[in-house]
Each structure stands twice: as C-alpha cells, then as structure tokens.
Ligand binder design. Structure first.
Ligand code: MRU
Length: 341
C-alpha cells in the first residue's frame, strides 16, 4: 500500500506530490517548518494526509525545540504555524487539536516527543482502518460492472493509505465489480491527471482521464453510473467543501439522476458548523492557473482567480460513506446522530 507520509527513526518521510508522475522523489523532513512548507506548497495534499503530516510535524517540534525554548513552547509555535498552511481541510485542525490534548495530558516533559509520536502514529493507523472500512461500505453500494466518475485525487496519496473515494474504487475493483473509472483531470493542479492516474496505473485499474467539462457529455450519454467524491470539510447539514469542480458534478448528477456519494472519515466532519456558511475557501496563487508547472498558458499580464475548493449543498448528496456507516438524508438530523453514538 502506498503511504505518502510516514515516520522513520527521528524524521518524517514524504513523497513529493508536486513531482508526480514524472519523478518519485521522497523527502526527509527534520523540522516542523519543512512540514508546514510541504503542506502549503502541496507536496503533501488531500485532507486526511494533511492532518497526518501536521501531526508528525508537531512531533518534530517537540523533538527539536529551538535554543532557549521548551518542547511545549515549540509545540505551540508549530501548532500555530501548521494551522496557517491550508484553511479548508478540517482534518488539519482536527489533528492539531488531538495532538494538543496529548500535550496537555503529558506531565513529564522528557516523555513528550514519544507520547506525541504514539498519538501521531495512532491518527495515521486509524485513518487507514477507516479507509478500508469505507472501501467495504462504499463498494456495497455499487452495482456490478459500475462506471465511476471521480474528481481530484482521493487515493492513498491523499490519505494515510488506501484512500476515501478512490479507496472505494480500489475495493470495488478487488471485488470484481468495477468496469471503468472516469478521472476528471482537475484543473489547475491536475491531481486527477497526475496523481489519480498514477495510482490507478500502478494497480492495473481501467481508467480514462477527461478534460473536466467533458463530464457533461458523459452524463448525457449515460456512460456514468455513480459519482464518487471526497471532501475537505462537511457541515452538520451535509453541505461540504471539496476540490473546485465538485459542485458542477453534483448538479450534473442530480440532473441525470446518477447517485452522488461523498466518501469521508469522521475527521472530515465539522460538527461545529450548521451549514456551508462558515467553511473557509482557500484561494491559491494565480500562478497555478496562469503558468501551471511553469508553462506560460496565459498572456503576460493576465490575472486569474484560483479558489482551490467549491461548496456543494447537502441536498445534492445521495449519501455520505463514513467509517461509522452510510449516512442518508435528512442530514441535519442523521449526521449529528451518527457521530453522537
Ligand atoms: O487541494 P487538494 O489536492 O488538497 O484537494 C484535495 C481534495 O479536494 C480531496 O477531494 C479531499 O481532500 C479529500 S482527499 C481523501
């Protein structure tokens, strides 16, 4: 199983996703600032993977405080710095909060790095277990010979391993249920064309990449049976943020009566938000649109607007697949109920 981020001896190892598929470059990070930079520049990306990387980043902070600082002081600084990297994925803040509770529960300072490392590894392992469970639950929802449409990368690369929406694809493939995966290329950073394609090729799963707006014709021709999406933050009523372009797919799915499933672990639910209203949408550098990977696509002087995510109302979601079970509407009732059990 691909693990895009893990702990080795006294440092974090991370697969640089900005270099895929051209090069498999593994980075060894020894300072929390390097982890923060890797998250900000999307060397590691995908909501669960961001949370896991940040948790390991906090271990680095406690392990190597700057001169004159205690491990706990460095931890607090790192918590703040890591929290400023990417605002939308709630998994980041969930992981920072969980690690802070370990800090608060640790009375013996010398034990802090070890205690934090155990918690970070637990977060990582729990994420993989959740993905495998969601894979099973999600695959059960799919008909035999299913043709899936997906966006962005929600695979092993975006998580601790296995994946969320792409984890369902993996499990469905292993069960012999899957006919084809249609992969939206996912402008402007191309997580679909670069990363999802890389993962599917490695496993021999049949797929085709589409220019994002070719999906309309795919629906009209009835060549898609199900849409599988991940999420970066889900409010109590089922409104959610995900990679920009998701909302359009949800509208198309509704129009063509195709089920639209969101696959996400409990760490992606923000039960403090009653609707999409409070979900922050990250805006990324114009360069990603104007000069993707250094190629000057637009004329010199052109400006761009680059929201990394969009918002989809819960009413367009057929069901949420979580490790706690499949959640169906009415979400304002069923989501809080599922997580209070
Ligand atoms: O900007 P990214 O690549 O971090 O965006 C990722 C997504 O939008 C994913 O769909 C989401 O994080 C879920 S990943 C399991």
């Amino acid at each position: 199983m691909i693990r895009p981020v893990f702990w080795e001896e006294d440092h974090v190892v991370l697969l640089d996703q900005t270099r895929l598929p051209w090069e498999e470059r593994w980075l060894c990070l020894r300072r929390w600032e390097e982890v923060a930079e890797a998250i900000r520049t999307m060397k590691v990306r995908g909501a669960p993977a961001i949370g896991i990387a940040a948790a390991y980043g906090l271990v680095l902070a406690a392990l190597r405080p700057k001169p004159g600082r205690t491990p706990a002081e460095e931890f607090q600084e790192a918590r703040e710095g890591l929290g400023k990297t990417r605002p939308t994925a709630v998994n980041l803040f969930w992981a920072l909060e969980r690690m802070s509770r370990t800090l608060q529960g640790c009375d013996i300072e010398e034990e802090l790095p070890e205690r934090l490392l155990s918690e970070a590894k637990r977060i990582h392992e729990e994420d993989i277990a959740a993905n495998l469970r969601m894979g099973e639950l999600g695959a059960e929802l799919l008909p035999e010979g299913v043709r899936v449409l997906t966006i962005c990368n929600t695979g092993a690369l975006a998580t601790g391993g296995h994946g969320t929406a792409l984890g369902v694809v993996r499990t469905a493939w292993a069960k012999g249920k899957l006919r084809m995966v249609y992969v939206c290329e996912t402008r402007p950073v191309l997580q679909g064309a670069r990363l999802t394609a890389w993962e599917l090729l490695r496993e021999g799963i049949p797929f085709k990449i589409l220019a994002d707006f070719a999906s309309g014709l795919l629906f009209r021709r009835r060549e898609v049976d199900v849409v599988l999406s991940g999420a970066d933050r889900i409010a109590r009523n089922g409104d959610f943020a995900n990679k920009v372009g998701t909302y359009v797919l949800a509208l198309l799915a509704q129009r063509h009566r195709v089920p639209f499933y969101v696959v996400a672990p409990s760490s992606t639910f923000d039960l403090g938000l009653s609707s999409e209203e409070g979900i922050p949408i990250e805006e990324r550098p114009e360069e990603e649109v104007l000069r993707p990977y250094g190629f000057p696509l637009a004329p010199e002087g052109a400006r761009a607007w680059n929201p990394a995510f969009d918002l989809t109302p819960g009413e367009l979601v057929t069901a949420f697949v979580t490790e706690k079970g499949v959640i169906r509407p009415p979400y304002a009732h069923t989501i809080p109920e599922t997580f209070s059990r």
